[in-house]
Design a protein around this ligand. Structure first.
Ligand code: AMP
Ligand code: MG
Length: 420
């Protein structure tokens, strides 16, 4: 039995990197960036106003309420900003060469703050005392003002060279907005990892319209894995139920190997039963077994191997919760590594109630998040979890990890909690 940490390390040591391609930003949405991207420019590109109001030159001083200012120009978003007087309606002033205290410029949100002006007051804090040609020409500021107010400095969001996205970052709306704002139009992205699913078992029926003969059950592992892979944006090449015969399985395996898969996931036929043909079949296929049986519950009989060509083979046991755990705690970290993402960091939550366990195994249990004694969140292990029961998974908010070395994890002990 291989301890979980060692088993995971073996997997992560055998990640065959995906080859990046470059696509336009419009086509990059929902995809994963191949490498860290840095900002080529400052954002905002120039200091601009956060408010509609008036830019003032305070000369760096704090100015008490009720100060009076002469308005010498106007700048709107999209104006060049160097010469506010040029945009003024009625020749209220000269060009803005070396503004002196007492001078103001009407300014709109997003407009560049003209040279020599160092703060912006909101229009709500201003009374217009005089107008000329439909523009304010003298104002009174009703509140105290100091330098630096309501100005968004150049580079405050991203400076040149700042990291924008880490490797493996999924281009979600925020990432797409940032990349567009920075003018990054060509994005190196990774292809979707290519997966094949083979549920095994002579007892399986997949067609929902077919009646079950005595001894048959419906295939739930295939749908589970396909949905889990869809949600991780994998490309599922095939999801094909197999019986318990080695020869047709080997044929199907070789077919997908020829189609350049990155991972093959099987369920069932991996333990000690007479018809458990998977360990023999993968050796027959020329795979190198990394481990067979991990010190975990559920899912102990799991087998992971490197297939010829370098794809990874995950032989998960047939019980539905063993499949869920094997996917979440072996396949999912492998996918993260394929995408060059960093290791997942767990939340730590106190256990709401104590749980007994076998000290030699690491347990993965479905939990609901409840209110703990201190009013904060706590993880409550859902009752009656057995590897054949799907119902606790539907009630679950998250997974928790109960570590090796303990025969009971007491209430209040902090445990790792990971999203479903
Ligand atoms: P095995 O690992 O092949 O011994 O299967 C363990 C248990 O999981 C048995 O009760 C199987 O009937 C059940 N099982 C195997 N494959 C599936 C599947 N695809 N869907 C639902 N149950 C399965
Ligand atoms: Mg079986």
């Amino acid at each position: 039995m291989t301890p979980y940490d060692e088993a995971l390390k073996l997997i992560l040591d055998h990640v065959r990197p995906l080859e990046a391609e470059t696509v336009s930003l419009e086509r990059a949405g929902g995809r994963f960036v191949a490498r860290k991207l840095e900002s080529p420019t400052a954002l905002p590109p120039f200091a601009n106003s956060a408010m509609d109001g008036f830019a003032l030159d305070t000369g760096g001083r704090e100015i008490p309420a009720a100060s009076r200012w002469r308005v010498v120009g106007s700048v709107a978003a999209g104006d060049e900003g160097a010469d506010p007087a040029r945009n003024a309606g009625g020749g209220t002033g000269r060009a803005n060469g070396g503004a002196t205290p007492g001078r103001a410029v009407e300014i709109m949100t997003g407009a560049p703050v003209p040279e020599g002006f160092d703060t912006v007051v909101r229009v709500e804090d201003v009374e217009v005392e005089e107008e000329g040609a439909g523009h304010p020409s003298r104002i009174r500021v009703t509140v105290p003002v100091g330098p630096g107010q309501n100005i968004r400095p150049a580079g405050k969001d991203f400076d040149v060279g700042d990291p924008v996205v880490a490797p493996g970052h999924r281009i979600d709306p925020a990432a797409r907005a940032a990349l567009a704002a920075l003018g990054l139009g060509r994005i190196p992205v990774l292809p979707a990892p290519r997966a094949a699913i083979f549920p095994t078992g002579a007892e399986l029926v997949t067609d929902p319209d077919r009646e079950l003969a005595p001894g048959q059950i419906r295939n739930s592992n295939g749908p589970y894995l396909e949905q889990a892979m869809d949600e991780l944006d994998l490309s599922v090449l095939t999801n094909r139920p197999m019986g318990d015969q080695e020869a047709p399985f080997l044929e199907a395996l070789n077919e997908v190997l020829a189609r350049d898969v990155d991972l093959v996931v099987t369920t069932g036929a991996v333990s000690m039963g007479r018809y458990d043909f998977i360990p023999r079949a993968v050796e027959e296929a020329g795979a190198r077994i990394l481990f067979h049986k991990a010190a975990i519950r559920p899912g102990k009989p799991v087998l992971v191997a490197v297939l010829p060509g370098g794809a990874l083979f995950f032989g998960l046991p047939g019980n539905p919760v063993s499949v869920a755990v094997g996917f979440r705690f072996f396949v999912h970290p492998f996918i993260r590594a394929l995408r060059r993402q960093s290791r997942e960091v767990a939340w730590r939550l106190p256990l709401a109630e104590s749980v007994g366990k076998r000290p030699d195994l690491r347990y993965f249990r479905a939990v609901e998040v409840v209110e703990g004694d201190d009013g904060g969140p706590a993880a409550r292990v859902l009752p009656d979890q057995q590897s054949f029961r799907l119902s606790p998974l539907l009630a679950a908010d998250a997974w928790c990890v109960l570590p090796e070395g303990l025969d009971e994890v007491p209430a209040g002990a902090r445990v790792d909690v990971l999203p479903l």
